[in-house]
Design a protein around this ligand. Structure first.
Ligand code: NDP
Length: 500
């Protein structure tokens, strides 16, 4: 890996590409652009490893996964610095992200046996002579296509759960954060000594090749548009997919909310990670009774927040994203919106300053489309019904936050999203036992929690006869008398047939 030489843009020779520091444009590292053949070779190697890994007990895999976790944890500052260099986030935020990811590795490793191991289920009265059980078996090789915005936490949400379930994994990190991906895969190799977790690097075409390389499932995190391409490629071979796509999450603030806490959470949810968070806050709906208080509190907090090289907000990772953010802010202003903090001049070349927009029409880009910058719209609502209706009026349905002392749970239940936080923000992502994922254009399938373990398995049902049945139903020797007895049993269990 080459470290820190000057380069103007993302250079790419035929077989390598460079990851760049988004704050400065300096080269952080050089990585291979892997071809379809190389991706297939990685999948073939992973398949050999899957035979060994899938044959281990849950306890043995737990030992290996915990060794991997320890090897990463012991060098967390090194990982955090690499995250800062490639992605731009402050080191403190990188440590938080990596620390939360370790929680997930630990949970997945520790709970896989209980969640996926064989367990008895009731056979029902009709089949009382059977012993019924179900277990969840690894699929084989899982392809993970990761994003750059949380280059440790997000891919590990799939990688760790797929591994804990007994699969080998081929991981394609984003072209913006290949060094972070390579670091985690090397740490696995160092800790486990076998290439159960393989790395492939490159641009979008390498990800597309992974979809077609014969993996047993693809876990994708990124934009909805690319998610559709991934799904189309996977459809060619009936390869199942998990899609964790974009969001347009709201914060709903009720009349009885702790306004100070709600403003603090909304600002952090919108601006941390420079707003490049799938479950980041992009919209806020505030009850009219506390709207003025909320707006003055959040604008005062936002006014002292700066995005710069040493600030609490880093640069925009993808240069092309700056144009998207600018277009959303401009569209809002063109349609009657006002910037009470920031505005169009806040959108710089690499850094975007916090921007708060009010009076923005609900059908504008800044309310409907994923902005992925440190911006938010704030709207006044008369009732919580109105807030819920507006929250639910986008194509997305990933996360959401509710601030209310009395009705938090009731409001959260009515929001069409995979996850909600009540009187906190993004809290659900840090709880490993909770499933993570969305509905609508936010994707489908779940990572994290028991659902996230099962996502990378298939259910294997077994019915074992314990003793011969009173009436043998599955035989051509079945008699008319047996049919009559069967009719009586069905009548007893489910109600008698009506007499004609
Ligand atoms: P993409 O959806 O384009 O990329 C996500 C991942 O998919 C990357 O690893 C990328 O590789 C890979 N990829 C790209 N094209 C293909 C393909 N045809 N087949 C398979 N894999 C592919 O996101 P971007 O990084 O370009 O970001 C664009 C927008 O997506 C952002 O502005 C944001 O709105 C949204 N986004 C949302 C995220 C979320 O967490 N919800 C995360 C990231 C982005 P490579 O990077 O090498 O091109």
């Amino acid at each position: 890996m080459t470290v820190m030489t000057q380069a103007p843009a993302r250079p790419q020779s035929g077989s390598t590409f460079e990851s760049l520091n988004p704050a400065t444009g300096e080269v952080v590292g050089t990585h291979p652009v892997q071809t379809a053949e190389e991706v297939q070779a990685a999948v073939a190697r992973a398949r050999e490893e899957a035979a060994w890994w899938g044959g281990l007990s849950f306890g043995e895999r737990k030992t290996h996964l915990n060794a991997w976790k320890t090897s990463m944890t012991q060098r967390l500052p090194e990982l955090a610095e690499l995250m800062r260099l490639e992605m731009g986030k402050p080191v403190g935020d990188a440590m938080l992200e990596a620390g939360l990811a370790m929680e997930h590795v630990s949970w997945a490793a520790g709970h896989a046996g209980r969640v996926l191991g064989r367990r008895r289920v009731s056979p029902g009265l009709m089949m009382v002579n059977q012993s019924a059980s179900v277990a969840f078996k690894p699929l084989g090789v899982v392809g993970v296509i990761g994003p750059w915005n949380y280059p440790v936490f997000t891919p590990l949400g799939s990688v760790a759960y797929a591994l804990a379930a007994g699969n080998a994994v081929v991981f394609k990190p984003s072209e913006h954060t290949p060094g972070v991906g390579a670091w985690m895969v090397q740490a696995f190799q160092d800790a486990v000594g076998r290439p159960v977790l393989q790395l492939v690097t490159g641009l979008g075409a390498t990800g597309a090749a992974l979809c077609r390389a014969g993996v047993d499932k693809v876990a994708f995190t990124g934009s909805t548009a690319t998610g559709k391409k991934v799904m189309a490629a996977c459809a060619e071979t009936l390869t199942p997919v998990v899609i964790e796509a974009g969001g347009k999450d709201s914060v709903i603030v009720d009349a009885d909310a702790d306004v100070e806490a709600a403003a603090d959470a909304a600002l952090w949810g919108a601006c941390s990670n420079a707003g490049q968070t799938c479950i980041g806050v992009e919209r806020v709906y505030v009850h009219e009774k506390v709207y003025d208080e909320f707006l003055s509190t959040i604008t005062a907090k936002a006014a002292v927040l700066r995005a710069d090289r040493d600030g609490k907000i880093g640069p925009i990772t993808m240069p092309s994203q700056v144009g998207v953010i600018r277009s959303h802010v401009q569209d809002a202003l063109d349609h009657g919106g006002r910037a009470v903090v920031g505005g169009i001049d806040a959108v710089g070349e690499r850094f975007v300053q916090p921007t708060i927009l009010v009076d923005v029409p609900e059908d504008s880009l800044a309310v409907q489309e994923e902005t992925f910058g440190p911006t938010m719209t704030i709207a006044k609502v008369r009732t919580m019904d109105e807030a819920i209706e507006k929250t639910n009026a986008t194509r997305y349905g990933l996360g959401n936050t509710v601030f209310s002392k009395v009705n938090g749970m009731a409001i959260a239940e009515r929001v069409r999203s995979g996850m909600s936080a009540v009187n906190g923000v993004i809290s659900f992502a840090g709880i490993p036992s909770l499933p993570f994922g969305g509905v609508g254009d936010s994707g489908f399938g779940r990572i994290h929690g028991p659902e996230g373990l099962k996502e990378f398995t298939y259910a294997k049902a077994i019915a074992r006869q314990r003793f011969k049945p009173m009436i043998n139903l599955t035989s051509f020797d079945r008699t008319a008398k047996a049919d009559k007895q069967l009719a009586q049993v069905i009548g007893l269990l489910h109600g008698r047939a009506k007499k004609r």
